[in-house]
Design a protein around this ligand. Structure first.
Ligand SMILES: CC(C)(COP(=O)(O)OP(=O)(O)OC[C@H]1O[C@@H](n2cnc3c(N)ncnc32)[C@H](O)[C@@H]1OP(=O)(O)O)[C@@H](O)C(=O)NCCC(=O)NCCS
Length: 186
């Protein structure tokens, strides 16, 4: 199930390990995606089957191989448990900019409310801007997903707009962070 781990770097934060996916992650990841509250603002907005979760992991790993970025498996350092995923994606149906890099996150409900998503998001944004030298990182969320909007702001992204994501039939907000001259050394 899991692709070559050497293309996925590992990043440590004070409480988290952002690491390559392992085949044994499927149980915990499928359990998160079986929770309707976790999936409320995701696409599709419904619980996923175990097979769908497995396919998602394959797609996430495939994107690392194709593009050099993707979503990591997020492990809580203190327990070693898989608690979520975070990282960057490219959505083929986001038509504003075909080259965009979108940071996102999904965590098990038991992990919510402790600043962990913000900690992971901050590391993911910094990886994209500083390591990958992407000129801009965006993040997109359902208009009603206020917790996610807050994570975007706390991770240093700024409000960029509201729009209809036509292919998904939802209204979304999107946020952005651009690499600064200081970071580029210009
Ligand atoms: C969105 C999500 C990652 C947030 O995780 P989290 O661990 O609670 O995030 P953090 O603790 O880092 O920060 C959440 C912030 O949102 C705030 N918040 C939470 N629920 C809120 C709500 N309903 N309205 C407004 N703010 C809210 C929290 O108070 C916190 O802000 P604060 O630190 O200023 O108090 C988590 O809810 C999740 O995994 N949801 C399901 C998947 C999902 O929707 N992913 C995003 C797709 S765009």
């Amino acid at each position: 199930m899991c692709g070559p781990p050497h293309v996925i770097p590992e990043i440590g934060t004070p409480r988290l390990r952002l690491r390559p996916w392992r085949s044994e992650d499927l149980d915990a990841y499928a359990a998160m995606n079986a929770d309707p509250q976790v999936r409320e603002y995701m696409f599709p907005p419904r619980p996923l089957t175990r097979e769908e979760s497995e396919r998602e992991i394959e797609e996430l790993v495939g994107q690392w191989v194709r593009l050099g970025f993707g979503h990591w498996a997020v492990e809580l350092r203190e327990s070693g448990d898989l608690i979520g995923r975070t990282g960057a994606k490219r959505h083929e149906d986001w038509d504003l900019d075909p080259e965009h890099t979108e940071v996102g996150w999904l965590y098990a409900r038991s992990a919510w409310g402790r600043g962990l998503a913000t900690e992971g998001a901050t590391a993911a944004v910094s990886f994209c801007l500083d390591e990958l030298q992407r000129p801009e990182v965006i993040s997109i969320a359902h208009l009603s997903n206020l917790a996610s909007h807050r994570v975007m702001r706390k991770a240093g992204l700024e409000w960029a707009g509201v729009r209809r994501w036509h292919e998904r039939r939802v209204n979304v907000v999107w946020y952005s962070s651009k690499r600064t001259a200081a970071k580029t050394g210009d």
